[in-house]
Design a protein around this ligand. Structure first.
Ligand SMILES: Nc1ncnc2c1ncn2[C@@H]1O[C@H](COP(=O)(O)OP(=O)(O)OP(=O)(O)O)[C@@H](O)[C@H]1O
Length: 409
């Protein structure tokens, strides 16, 4: 909640000034002159309270807290530190009555943290302590502070929060996402061995997607991009997903389409609505079938049926494309298969999966990259022979890595 106070009130100022001026003439002390100067300083104070009228945490207050947490000033004597589970580092915040000076495009502003005891009831809740940030600046900068500085604070805070967010690996347990671990996969686009032109194409596509928020908003579509990765087991499909997540700084959600309860549209909806933001939703081995047991009505016996994963995936994609999912904000869907020829043509129509990526058996350039990564070799006489062999046999990257890492020699 933000309120702008023109301090001090003109009438009060004039009357106080009149009496002060009178006394200042009689006793022109330094203290009097200071008070005099302060009263004339044309300041505005912008107040940002923690809670809005509906007792919702105010976005601007939180942004200010995040932004100021990165600022340090010798004047600060007391700070607060707290850490949320999903964050990498503890967050630092100003404590009561602490002040920070900031300069933005030659404008000087002063931030102050204020805590008031309070007995106000908001939305049936007693707010006992009201925290707020006060921003003090010269009144001639009012327009600039409102139109440039505050948006700058919001942007900065978002970037800091993103940076501090620990990326996670999640999988579906029942109908909710379980966080198993933090992503710490070393694979990057630098280390993955694959066709260089294809790699550049994927990086370009990902970068365009990330930058196209405005475009998706304009066309009114859910902001998602689908990648189909196909190739034999061990050629780097999962490694590519890790490289994509590392490149984008996204989390990963594994969706195992085995769940019995994944049959109803309601379930799909509740699973997806769980704020899948800045994440890669991974569905592996889409060519396979899953055995699902279900019952149509409550007292009927359960039936066991074989369901094509692709049918479930299609349904999921239709839901995501549907209008009821605009809340999904930056979602990348990656499906993998080792049998591309078994895929349902409906899945391959343009717009369903935006990019088809083939991960073939290991080629000679890919081998050289692996050798360089594991041994630091750039060239060897033996390479000629290996090149000849790779042209005649089908060998996966995983097999080569296993051989290369058998012994340090
Ligand atoms: N293209 C690659 N570049 C670098 N390392 C690779 C590559 N492909 C495979 N590897 C190595 O082999 C291991 C297994 O590969 P990965 O799991 O990515 O293959 P996959 O195609 O996803 O296999 P699957 O289909 O069985 O899941 C990786 O952890 C990595 O060490």
């Amino acid at each position: 909640m933000v309120s702008l106070q023109n301090l001090p009130h003109t009438k009060t100022v004039l009357s106080v000034v009149a009496s002060l001026a009178a006394s200042a003439v009689l006793i022109p002390t330094v203290a009097n002159l200071r008070i005099f100067a302060r009263l004339f300083r044309p300041q505005f104070t912008l107040v940002m309270e923690e809670y809005g009228p509906d007792y919702y945490c105010d976005e601007l207050f939180l942004a200010a807290e995040t932004y100021l947490g990165t600022k340090w000033a010798p004047s600060i004597r007391r700070i607060k530190a707290c850490k949320k589970e999903k964050e990498k580092e503890p967050a630092i915040a100003l404590d009561r009555d602490q002040e920070i000076l900031d300069v933005f495009e030659n404008i000087e502003v002063k931030w102050r943290m204020v805590i008031r005891e309070n007995s106000e009831v908001r939305n049936y809740t007693l707010v006992a302590r009201l925290r707020s940030y006060e921003l003090v600046f010269h009144k001639k900068h009012k327009e600039k502070v409102l139109s440039s500085y505050l948006p700058f604070i919001l942007r900065q805070a978002k970037a800091i929060q993103e940076e501090n967010k620990a990326r996670q690996l999640n999988s579906l347990g029942g109908l909710s996402w379980l966080t198993s671990t933090k992503i710490d996969h070393p694979m990057t686009f630098e280390t993955i061995a694959m066709d260089e032109r294809l790699k550049e194409e994927i990086i370009g596509d990902l970068n365009t997607f990330v930058k196209s928020r405005e475009y998706y908003r304009k066309i009114g579509k859910a902001r998602k991009r689908g990648y189909l990765i196909h190739g034999p087991p061990g050629t780097g499909k999962s490694s590519l997903i890790a490289a994509m997540a590392n490149h984008l700084n996204y989390s990963i959600h594994y969706l195992d389409l085995q769940e019995d309860n994944f049959l109803t549209s309601y379930d799909i909806r509740s699973v997806l609505l769980h704020h899948l933001d800045k994440t890669i939703l991974v569905i592996k081995d889409i060519d396979s079938t899953v055995t699902v047991s279900y019952r149509r009505r409550r007292f009927e016996p359960r039936k066991v049926v074989e369901v094509q994963k692709q049918a479930m995936l299609l349904r999921l994609l239709q839901f995501i494309d549907g209008l009821w999912l605009p809340r999904i904000n930056e979602l990348i869907i990656v499906v993998t298969t080792s049998k591309n020829e078994k895929l349902d043509p409906a899945l391959l129509v343009p717009g369903r999966m935006d990019m088809h990526i083939h991960m073939p058996y290991c080629t000679f350039p890919a081998f050289k990259r692996l050798a360089r990564r594991y041994f630091g070799f750039y060239d060897l006489k033996l390479f000629e022979e290996i090149q000849g062999i790779l042209e005649t046999v089908e060998v996966t990257h995983a097999e080569i890595v296993r051989e290369l890492t058998k012994s340090p020699d």
